[in-house]
Design a protein around this ligand. Structure first.
Ligand code: VGL
Ligand code: ZN
Length: 206
């Protein structure tokens, strides 16, 4: 069975020393590198914002972590992060990028955030990820990356809703956990939506 690994936002700004630090975010990289040879296809998403993106607290004179209304929907305010072409937007250096055969960039619309690798948060535009998978006949996707409670969660929920057989490799994900329990709740939601939660050791023979 053809297996596709989707790497969600394994980027410098989400590493512990980055602009939007995800605790232990760098610890998933060696786990992902070990997983790579076990997959037929590897797709990576990149959070790829223009300068002055609407999700940036600095644009609204807000403090990161605050919640605002943006176009009638809730929007968490983030530090400036993953600006197109900057170091922070690059893949974490230790990631074995040779294995990546397709990159999907998201969050490129100045006014709309995009947590999911499939659609922006308002579902106005698709990123092309679903079409890519469908064109290649890839039905089975395994999701890893950053951050569990944002981009991993929404990518996994959309994958399941779109009808892909969806696994989430828990130890190859880390979350922001802005409120205690966010990561646990995110995994719970993914499971409720039909995603299968597994550990990397079930795929990698040590
Ligand atoms: C993400 C917050 C803002 C993520 C991206 O990759 O989970 N989180 N932008
Ligand atoms: Zn972002």
């Amino acid at each position: 069975m053809t297996k596709t690994l989707i790497l969600v936002d394994v980027q410098n700004d989400f590493s512990p020393s980055g602009a939007l630090p995800v605790p232990q975010g760098d610890q998933i990289v060696p786990i992902i590198n070990k997983l790579l040879p076990h997959f037929d296809h590897v797709i990576a998403t990149q959070d790829w914002h223009p300068q002055g993106h609407a999700s940036f607290a600095s644009v609204h004179n807000k403090t990161p972590g605050e919640l605002i209304e943006l176009d009638g929907g809730p929007q968490v305010m983030w530090p400036d992060h993953c600006v197109q072409g900057t170091y922070g937007a690059e893949f974490i250096a230790e990631l074995n990028t040779h294995a990546i055969d397709h990159v999907v960039q998201k969050g490129t619309n100045l006014n709309i955030d995009s947590y999911s690798g499939f659609f922006d948060n308002q579902r106005l535009q698709a990123t092309g990820l679903a079409d890519y998978l469908l064109e290649k006949g890839l039905t089975d996707v395994y999701i890893v990356g950053l951050a569990t409670d944002y981009c991993v969660k929404f990518t996994a929920l959309d994958a399941a809703e779109l009808g892909f057989n969806t696994w989430v490799i828990q130890d190859a994900c880390r979350g922001v956990n802005m409120s205690e329990g966010d990561v646990d709740n995110a995994f719970e939601q993914m499971q409720q939506a039909g995603c299968i939660l597994i550990q990397s050791e079930s795929l990698v023979v040590n």
